[in-house]
Design a protein around this ligand. Sequence first.
Ligand code: ADP
Length: 231
Amino acid sequence: MAIIEVKDLKKTYKIGTVSVPALQGVTFSVEPGEFVAIMGPSGSGKTTLMNLIGCLDRPTSGIYMLDGVNVHKLGDAARAAIRNRKIGFVFQSFNLLPKSSALKNTLLPMMYSGERRDRSVARKALESVGLGKRLHHTPMQLSGGEQQRVAIARALVNDPPIIFGDEPTGNLDTTTGKEIMAIFTRLNDQGKTVIIVTHEPDIAQYAKRILRFRDGLLEADTPVENRTIIE
Ligand code: ADP
């Protein structure tokens, strides 16, 4: 069964009397364990799509099934709960709490999901991204790459089956970006479904499949040839 299934998804923004058709009927599905890169020029609808499949916004029409659940039929609380269980988010600008330690930042999704705040799980998540010795550092005391590792640990702490990255290497230099993509690749090798938005072809080359958007439509859906392999 698909873990993500989108059928004829449409989203139109209304600004006063003007309608902006950001997504004009998009259909695709993602199986568990896939590694997908979403590409397309600015304004093609990538962010709108990520907001919909990340359960952060509702479509104008169409169906979205997340692991078999029609999420947009759910109320806000149930939708937030399923998002918290199923999806870990990693953003371009890390989105860490500036005054909180790496450990506290990693614990956050557990607080939201009402789980017992289990520091040992957060510590293990940080160790898994190579930050076992940085538990008590605040974001300011960490490099950009380390901050993104904290964000990845935070995304992993509820053990969701899906990891979303929105331009996860956009604020990083090339070498650090490669290190972050190596972590995404390893997570995918371990069975996570990974979906990243990127406009960098080098970054998309780590994925197994590319979905290309243009003008709110899915323009191409292609497997990645000569995928970048992590040594
Ligand atoms: P991308 O992420 O590929 O740059 P977006 O999904 O951000 O594309 O935008 C798709 C279209 O929808 C663009 O024309 C954009 O201007 C418009 N749009 C996006 N968000 C909003 C919004 N909140 N209100 C109005 N128009 C929006």
